[in-house]
Each structure stands twice: as structure tokens, then as C-alpha cells.
Ligand binder design. Structure first.
Ligand SMILES: Nc1ncnc2c1ncn2[C@@H]1O[C@H](COP(=O)(O)OP(=O)(O)OP(=O)(O)O)[C@@H](O)[C@H]1O
Ligand SMILES: [Mg+2]
Length: 405
């Protein structure tokens, strides 16, 4: 206690005072006011408890590794996600529990985080016991001390099952929509051709029989009617073929593309070259349809926007993939800006092509530069493998500690 009666934290050293004969003569006492130090200690404890609280209540997994890739933090969310308790995990390395991380490249991601990169690991499909399965993904970044030295890695892991399921539902819906659209087009094409086409043909025949008995003036009128009806027949035929070229179903992609491109050549101010060695049945029919529609939209875009002199359409079978490329030497465009416009709903051609490609597990890539032409490339996988399920077992498998940090 101070002289004024206030209390304070003190560090006290009391020493016994002895005379030459070793007899105790009294005590010497030194008191050090450590109120400030105590205050700092309390604040530290409080902030530690605060951080601990955040880690514990976070609605996502928080993981910390040290430089040797040993777990230092494993929060309750991670316990829920993996079924592994903090006490069993701390001090161990990830591949001891999750050997499958290696095949997903997550071990490489961890190492790159320890080298200073921030990056996301690919989604992993997991199974926890018989009743729970889902998807998880993580973001990893280096953990630095106050001198900016890397002392470990920090990971935020999330269960993305809901998100993946919603995405899958959306994809399935869009796929159904596209299939229904194709079926509807096919039906319409047949009806136009078989119903209206035949009615118009019957009208022509009737007009021709009227022609015989008509007056010279009447004949002229009948001839004019025949010309109009025949023009209508041609239009109906073109509409029917454009809706769904029967060539695509009957002979396959190459003849259908050949026919379509020849038709476009009649009105296109550019040359079109088709390089395609595919034969019927070499690729699944849904991929053929997607390729045909993508070429249709690309050629329409080139006609509308490119001002090109030469166009190349190329289809190539590679190992387990089909690659489709459409290149033009036109004015090009700003791909990022047009993507923005598409997201705002101002255009949908390229977005539609991308969706078609993605439904079938493919990817679409557009490269363009102002004045430098445009190259659109789609890759379709020909055999889609379903993702492997990784087992979050909740126990530590034996003999899997071969991880080299
Ligand atoms: N081959 C090309 N050459 C030059 N510009 C192109 C080419 N293809 C696309 N573009 C540009 O990209 C934009 C987006 O194309 P997209 O096909 O998505 O939409 P759109 O053709 O404008 O409209 P729609 O929704 O009817 O297809 C176009 O407006 C055009 O500016
Ligand atoms: Mg378009």
C-alpha cells in the first residue's frame, strides 16, 4: 500500500541482515512497483483469450501449421468437419491423417503457402462415416511474425457442400433446358418440313391444275402465286434445316458443319476453311450438337462484329479430348469488357457457348486483341471421370507417416 492509502502491485525482495557472528539483526526489504507490468500481462491474457474465442467460434475451419508443417491450431469447426479431435491432431502433419491430400495437390499448396504465396486448394469430396458426405475447400497463406518472417502457414477451410449442390442443381436445370430446347427445335423442324411443307406443295399442285383452265390474265396471276408459294417452300425448308439440321443426326458433325458453312459462305464477306477429320460416331452426339451450336454462334458473331477476311474452323481429336477452334482475322475485341456486359445481361452469345461447353465438362477460352483477330477454343473431355471420394476417417491411419516436410 502507498503512503496515500492506494494499493499497487509490487515485486518484493526481503533479505535477512546478519552481524559478523551470523546473528540475525533485522530485514532489508526492496519493493518494486510492477503495476504497469501487471497491467500489460492482464491485457495480453485478455487479448489471448479474445483470439482464442474467435478461433473457437469461427464458422469455418482455422488451421495453423508451423514451419515443419505440423499442426499448431485446429479449431472446433475442423473437429466437426473431419471428426478428428484437436488433441489428436496437434503436433502431427497433415498427410498422417489425410494421405489423399497429395492426389489433390493440397500438400503442394501447403508448401507454397510456407514459401509466401496465398492460394486456394481445389475442392475435395469427402465422406465422414456412413451418413455424411460433402465437399470442402481451403485458402492457404503464409503466417508471419512481427519482423515479416514466415513462421508457418494459416488455412481457412470451409464446407462447401451446399454451394456445390446448388451449383449442380443449377447445371442440371440448365442442361435439361438445353436438351428440351434441342428436342423442341427438332420437333418444330420436322413439323415445318412435313406439315407446312407438304401443305404448300399441295397448294402448288392445285395452282398448277388451275393454270390449265385459266384465262391468259388468270394464268399470269396463277404463275405469280406459284412463284410466291415456291419461295415460301424454300423458306420453310431453310428454317427447318436451320432449326435442327437433319444432317447432324443422320450423317454427323462434319457434313453438318460443311453444309452450314457453305450456306454461310453465300452471304459472308470472308473465306471459311474447315479442318475436321471426324467420322460419324467418333464423339457423343451431345458434344456434336454443342460443337455445331458453338460454331453457329461464332460465325454469327464474326458476321456481325468481326469484319474478317478469313475464318478457320478446326476440330481435332486429341487424347481423350475434342478440341474445337474458331479463328478469325477480324478487328478483335476487349474480352474482359464484353464479359462484364454479358454479366449485366446485355449479351448472351459467348456466355451461352461457355455454358454449353461446361455442361459437358468442357472449357471455353476466348483470346482476342483489338486489331488482332479472335480465337475461340473449346476443349471437351471425351470420358468424364467422377471425382474420388476422400475418407475423413476420424482415426489416424497406420503407416502413412511418410511425409517429408
Ligand atoms: N469474332 C468477334 N470479333 C469481334 N468482336 C466480337 C467477336 N465475337 C464477339 N465479339 C464482341 O463480343 C461481344 C459479345 O458477344 P456475344 O456473342 O456474347 O454478344 P452479341 O453478339 O453482342 O449479342 P448476342 O447475345 O445476340 O449474341 C459482341 O458484342 C462483340 O462486341
Ligand atoms: Mg453473339
Amino acid at each position: 500500500m502507498r503512503k496515500d492509502g492506494t494499493r499497487f502491485w509490487a515485486y518484493c525482495v526481503t533479505t535477512a541482515m546478519r552481524d559478523k557472528a551470523g546473528q540475525m539483526r533485522g530485514f532489508a526489504k526492496v519493493s518494486l512497483d510492477i503495476t504497469q507490468r501487471k497491467q500489460v500481462e492482464d491485457e495480453l491474457l485478455e487479448s489471448h483469450a479474445f483470439i482464442q474465442q474467435i478461433i473457437t467460434s469461427a464458422p469455418q475451419g482455422i488451421v495453423v501449421y508451423d514451419k515443419n508443417l505440423r499442426y499448431r491450431v485446429w479449431n472446433p469447426y475442423m473437429e466437426w468437419l473431419t471428426g478428428l479431435a484437436e488433441k489428436d491432431v496437434l503436433g502431427h502433419q497433415p498427410l498422417e491423417f489425410f494421405p489423399f491430400l497429395r492426389e489433390h495437390g493440397v500438400d503442394v499448396v501447403h508448401h507454397r503457402a510456407l514459401k509466401g504465396e496465398t492460394l486456394e486448394s481445389e475442392p475435395i469430396r469427402y465422406q465422414l462415416g456412413p451418413d455424411r458426405e460433402g465437399w470442402s475447400s481451403g485458402v492457404w497463406s503464409p503466417l508471419r511474425d512481427s519482423h515479416r518472417e514466415i513462421i508457418g502457414a494459416l488455412g481457412f477451410v470451409r464446407d462447401i457442400t451446399e454451394h456445390v449442390n446448388a451449383q449442380e442443381r443449377l447445371q442440371m436445370l440448365s442442361r435439361r433446358l438445353l436438351t428440351a430446347q434441342e428436342q423442341e427445335r427438332r420437333k418444330l423442324a420436322i413439323e415445318l418440313h412435313d406439315e407446312i411443307g407438304q401443305v404448300l406443295t399441295a397448294v402448288t399442285l392445285n395452282l398448277q391444275s388451275l393454270h390449265k383452265d385459266a384465262t391468259p390474265k388468270g394464268r399470269e396471276q396463277v404463275e405469280e402465286c406459284v412463284r410466291i408459294v415456291q419461295h415460301a417452300i424454300q423458306q420453310v425448308r431453310d428454317m427447318s434445316i436451320n432449326l435442327r439440321p437433319s444432317l447432324l443426326d443422320d450423317l454427323g458433325l462434319k457434313p453438318a458443319l460443311r453444309w452450314y458453312l457453305d450456306q454461310q459462305l453465300q452471304r459472308a464477306p470472308f473465306e471459311i476453311e474447315l479442318k475436321c477429320e471426324l467420322t460419324k460416331g467418333q464423339v457423343p452426339s451431345d458434344i456434336e450438337t454443342a460443337c455445331f451450336r458453338i460454331v453457329q454462334e461464332s460465325i454469327t458473331n464474326i458476321l456481325r462484329h468481326a469484319n474478317a477476311k478469313k475464318v478457320l474452323v478446326m476440330l481435332e481429336l486429341q487424347q481423350n479430348t475434342l478440341s474445337l477452334e474458331i479463328c478469325d482475322d477480324g478487328i478483335g475485341f476487349d474480352v474482359a469488357a464484353s464479359r462484364e456486359r454479358a454479366i449485366q445481361g446485355l449479351s448472351c452469345g459467348i456466355l451461352g457457348m461457355q455454358e454449353r461447353a461446361e455442361f459437358l465438362g468442357g472449357t471455353l477460352n476466348v483470346e482476342s486483341a483489338t486489331g488482332g483477330g479472335t480465337r475461340l477454343r473449346v476443349i471437351f473431355p471425351l470420358a468424364v471421370a467422377s471425382p474420388a471420394i476422400s475418407q475423413f476417417s476420424g482415426t489416424r491411419p497406420e503407416g502413412n507417416s511418410d511425409y517429408r516436410a
